[in-house]
Design a protein around this ligand. Structure first.
Ligand code: ADP
Ligand code: MG
Length: 262
């Protein structure tokens, strides 16, 4: 009726309900409930081996979950209704869902035999069916945004780790994802290169990108994340507004974790 009123409440960007995942007899995700709202930035912290990478990999459907459910923008991931039951989606349908989320890994995984520009153009041309002209224009804009337009014709091996990671972010953004997942995007970098990558992520946050970021950079989480989630032994132990959780942790386990990493 009233066209100027706010749109109907959209589904949250990412919703995990009672997600379980085991490797053999090792329970790695032990009933995870987590919601990331549209335009929200959530930092996921926790000790090594607590299941952080597994969690984001499951959201990106790089591995199937054993129980619970994951919805992205209201759409159940990996399954469809079939009669009264759920049926696993085929590979193509899963690929289509995966494409709506960008993921950046600790290791940058650029295509070594392609120029920086080609790295960023390749997905849009091959997967989205963009014309090369359009893909090039978009790639140039994105490289400009991450401060690397001048390196468009360089090859990955000619770039620093920080530059390669910025290209990897541009490449993920080129697929026009609705949300981004980061798995310790700076932990493979020399300390002096961390800042330039975090600045790009911070810029994305300012522009309203929905993000779930695994990080051990506590100061970054405090400054950039809306919410911090602390994970240990496959469970979410504590979560809340970033500053509050990081400055006044309520659990002994988070207090002890923060005293070890700070
Ligand atoms: P984090 O990212 O918090 O360090 P991970 O999600 O990588 O934790 O790992 C959580 C646990 O799951 C660890 O005990 C790890 O050894 C185990 N794990 C992770 N991936 C695999 C796998 N593909 N096969 C077997 N065990 C795995
Ligand atoms: Mg990890």
């Amino acid at each position: 009726m009233n066209q100027t009123s706010s749109p109907p409440t959209a589904a949250p960007a990412i919703v995990l309900r009672a997600v379980r995942k085991s490797f053999g007899s090792t329970v790695v995700l032990d009933g995870i409930d987590l919601t990331v709202a549209e335009r929200e930035v959530v930092a996921l912290i926790g000790p090594s081996g607590s299941g952080k990478s597994t969690l984001v990999r499951c959201v990106h459907q790089l591995m199937p979950i054993d129980g619970g459910s994951i919805h992205v923008h209201g759409e159940l991931q990996g399954y469809e209704q079939h009669g009264g039951a759920l049926r696993a989606l085929g590979e193509n349908a899963i690929a289509a869902q995966r494409q709506r989320i960008g993921m950046v890994f600790q290791q940058f995984n650029l295509f070594p035999h392609m120029s920086v520009l080609r790295n960023v153009m390749e997905g849009p041309v091959q997967v989205l069916g963009d014309t090369p002209d359009h893909a090039r224009q978009q790639a140039e804009q994105l490289l400009d945004r991450v401060g690397l337009l001048a390196k468009r014709d360089a090859y990955p091996r000619q770039l620093s780790g920080g530059q390669q990671q910025r290209v990897a972010i541009a490449r993920a953004l080129a697929m026009r994802p609705q949300a981004m997942l980061f798995d310790e995007p700076t932990s493979a970098l020399d300390p002096e290169l961390v800042g330039e990558v975090l600045a790009v992520v911070q810029d994305l946050a300012r522009q309203g990108m929905t993000m779930l970021i695994v990080t051990h950079e506590i100061a970054f989480a405090r400054d950039v994340a809306d919410r911090v989630v602390f994970m240990e032994s496959g469970r979410l132990v504590e979560q809340g507004p970033a500053r509050q959780v990081l400055s006044q942790p309520t659990t002994e386990r988070l207090r002890s974790f923060l005293s070890r990493v700070n």
